[in-house]
Every structure is written in C-alpha cells, then in structure tokens.
Design a protein around this ligand. Structure first.
Ligand code: AMP
Length: 122
C-alpha cells in the first residue's frame, strides 16, 4: 500500500522530475511538469504534477502556499489552451487507497480527445 502521509523521494514521478527516467513532456514551467501517461485511457491522457513534493491533493491543500496553488491551477489551464481542448476534458486526482492512487506524488489526470465515459466504474 502506498504511503501518502510521508513523501517518498523514490516515487516514479519524483524520478521523472529529476530526469532519472524518461517521459514524454507536454508542458513545463516553474510550477508544473506535464507528460503523457504511459498507459493512456483516452486519446489525450496527460499527467500534470507539481514541481514540489506533495504526496496527494490532501497534502497539497494543507501545505502548498497560496501563490503555488494559484500558479499550479493556472498552469493546468495553460495546458488545456496549448492542447486546444475546446470540446472539453476531465480532470481527475486520485487520493489514497479508496481513490485508487498508485503513485504518491500529487498528479492530475487530464483526459480528452473523445467523450470520456462514466465517471465511476463499479
Ligand atoms: P494514479 O492511479 O492516479 O496514481 O495514476 C498513476 C498513473 O501513472 C497511471 O495512469 C499510470 O499509467 C501512470 N504512470 C505510471 N508510471 C508512469 C511513467 N513512467 N510514465 C508515465 N505515466 C506513468
């Protein structure tokens, strides 16, 4: 089970940020790094991650300062603009065991390119 209370520097997205393992970059600025999901669930499936160490959305909402939060959210909008997702998209962040989080570094899934299916599978 993943630990989302203590940040683990060895998680795969920390390694991607340090360029220790490759990724297909879509966008980068001072606050975020965005790259293609290795196992896409839609024609567009991008992961947007902060460049600071937050385990999950929970951790981020408690610890990130206001400036970082704003810039993080604005960065997602910049990516949406850059990819011209004019027909819409879905943003998902999974938290912990019940949320189905596999990687303990905050990430938003940005899904688009077709009408995304049911919000929750049973
Ligand atoms: P989650 O279940 O919300 O933690 O999502 C983790 C996501 O990371 C999954 O959609 C995986 O396909 C994706 N993933 C895992 N390893 C990599 C990798 N090396 N490069 C890109 N995406 C990855």
């Amino acid at each position: 089970m993943i630990d989302i209370t203590n940040y683990n520097n060895d998680n795969i997205f920390a390694k991607i940020l340090r360029k220790e393992i490759p990724s297909k970059k879509i966008f980068e600025n001072e606050y975020v790094y965005a790259f293609e999901d290795i196992s896409p669930q839609a024609p567009v499936h991008i992961l947007v991650i902060p460049k600071l160490a937050f385990c999950s959305f929970n951790d981020f909402s408690k610890k990130a300062d206001a400036k970082f939060m704003i810039e993080f959210i604005k960065s997602i909008s910049l990516i949406v603009e850059k990819l011209e997702l004019n027909e819409g998209y879905r943003l998902i962040t999974n938290v912990g065991k019940y949320g189905g989080q596999e990687v303990p570094h905050l990430h938003f899934h940005l899904l688009s390119g077709k009408q995304i299916g049911r919000m929750v599978s049973t």
